[in-house]
Design a protein. Structure first.
Ligand code: ZN
Length: 214
């Protein structure tokens, strides 16, 4: 049985979100086009099937993720792959134009993240923990932490209206043991949609069929 297990890092009552008689807006943020698919693809399918709104975001354009292709040409390929994956999952997929392998937790990117969360009117935000060996993954986690409170502060990124209420921020499952192993608070059984998740991930042909074996 396969699970996506996620844990709260900024705790707000989950029931507060789910009790509302409205669509839930979920945003999954990763560093690269294909990261959100791997960490939350099955959960996203389930949310989308229930009629909720799911947005996948890659903070970089993936232009370093290949052994022989690169630059703008690779970024274009990866954007197209992400769009196809989004279709297969039933989610909206956005790929930002920051360089792959060079993501830093700058004020500029933090504001990009704040605006994305606000524009989606997110109720739930899912992202990585900051213990990854890959600097882009680690910095994505830091960017989410840095944005987590600021999404409700009107004078920060003031060109985009702030959220009235802070979303629930959740960590996606990982296998890192240090400094702290992952301890799940929520587990979602995705075994009934696992095949569809894998089919969606297979849209990233440059990653799963050409580049490094994973
Ligand atoms: Zn990645």
């Amino acid at each position: 049985m396969k699970y996506l297990i996620i844990v709260l890092f900024l705790f707000l009552p989950f029931s507060l979100v789910l009790s509302q008689d409205k669509k839930i807006n979920v945003i999954v943020i990763g560093a690269h086009p294909d990261d959100p698919d791997g960490t939350a693809g099955g959960t996203a399918i389930k949310f989308a099937e229930l009629g909720h709104n799911v947005l996948f975001v890659s903070l970089t354009n993936g232009d370093a993720g290949h052994q022989s292709k690169g630059g703008g040409a690779l970024a274009k390929i990866r954007r197209t792959e992400a769009q196809e994956a989004g279709k297969r999952l039933g989610v909206t997929y956005r790929v930002l134009d920051n360089h792959d392998g060079e993501l830093l937790p700058t004020l500029e990117v933090r504001h990009q993240v704040i605006r994305l969360i606000r524009e989606w009117k997110a109720d739930i935000v899912i992202g990585p923990r900051p213990y990854d060996y890959h600097p882009d993954h680690r910095n994505t986690a830091i960017l989410l932490q840095d944005a987590a409170y600021m999404v409700i502060v009107p004078n920060v990124a003031s060109d985009t209206p702030p959220l009235k209420r802070n979303p629930v921020f959740l960590y996606a499952q990982d296998r890192f043991q240090k400094p702290y192993p992952f301890i799940p608070d929520i587990a979602i059984d995705i075994s009934d949609v696992l095949d569809r998740k894998i089919y969606a991930m297979a849209a990233h042909e440059s990653q799963y069929f050409e580049w490094l074996e994973r």
